[in-house]
Ligand binder design. Sequence first.
Ligand code: F0G
Length: 452
Amino acid sequence: MKTIIEPFRIKVVEPLQVRTREEREAIIRAAGFNVFLIPSEDVLIDLLTDSGTGAMSSLQWAGIMRGDESYAGSPSFFHFERVLQEITGFKHILPTHQGRASERILFELVGGAGKVVPNNAHFDTTRANIEHSGAQAVDLPIAEARHPRDRHPFKGNLDVAALRTLIERTGPEKIPVVMCTVTSNTLGGQPVSLENLRAIRKVCDQFHLPLFLDACRFAENAWFIKQREPGQRDRPVKEIVREMFDLADGATISAKKDGLVNIGGVLLVRDEALFQRACNLLILTEGYVTYGGLAGRDLEAMAQGFQEVLHEDYLRYRIRSAEYVAEKFLAAGIQIVEPAGGHAIYIDAAAFCPHIPPAQFPGQALVAGLYRHAGIRSVEIGSVMFGGAGHPPPALELVRLAFPRRVYTQSHIDYVVEATIEVFQQRDKLRGLKMLSEPPALRHFTSRFEEV
Ligand code: F0G
């Protein structure tokens, strides 16, 4: 069959509220052209993020009922621990409330002034936690990642030669961990190959450095490896996932992505001494080690979610949905970061609206245009998010359409495609924006704009 169906059926529905064009016009103006300031009830299709926005399965909801809320030694923790041990091969499994909590614990323990932490490309919370500890976060993407049209199959790869140079220049004693993010959100949802992970491991071994994965989207990364990497097609995804984790000394995971839950995170650590220190800090700031700032029911939902995400019919459907949107956009002349990412499509907003200069935020203008035209919420990843006083202008002006897991159907996706193509056909009507207020940090969340 050519048609790849959603490998689930719907048991509970959540009605969408359709606003009129006039209502949306008033809403976007009241929000100062910032979609973070729009109440989500006024959004028809919400592609702001794939994080914590997925739909849980009937078995996950059953787990919610089964959850044991004992403070210490809950059977829900042991279930969660057993599942994560089986998938990752790690002995020590710590639950946290979300990805950045794992990052905060890790970098409070290994970061600090004078330290340097390399990554293929840090996600903003990882970078922020490293910098908060006083250390420096360094991105080492391969050169292909800088070009939206380059269709390198593993555009998330880390530049291994640049890593070696950085270690030699900085001195290995200043590098507490080498990180690699799978898939790389910052580089466009692009995967990292096993070959690249093995090469990073080799460099780490040479300099006796630990390798940590930011493994939020580990299953999507493994599916790409199965599809694209020579010799991997016949391996079960589970086996590829296991090899990815076997190459690492630790991992931070936001379960809000491939854990298929609305809240939760994991910290994996192989080193005994570091694990003990992580336990102490977890107890101090998140909660006891058998719940880590979550409810017992959340641990049951994660235990089930981490198993379901490895179902290959799910991953085939998941990765195909983004690819389908990419094909339609490219055929209509809309430039995106090619090839399609796993969890999202990144539109090249500078190419979409060449009449709007970076100083007038072409990405934000497109985000506002998509909401106004069709009630679609996306997010700017460009001069609004990364620019501002003291920051170099970002290399690309992007708009991300991130797909929640198991939430929208094929016709929702077709609607998004149709609406975006309509906005593209009238792109000369999109107007640049002027920023009216600018908070000192993370300005994209709260800044307000007016049209120029
Ligand atoms: N690492 C990566 C690669 C991420 O994409 C995220 C979150 C995190 C870490 C932090 O996890 O939110 O659970 O604390 N990304 C979301 C996004 C917010 O929209 O891309 P968290």
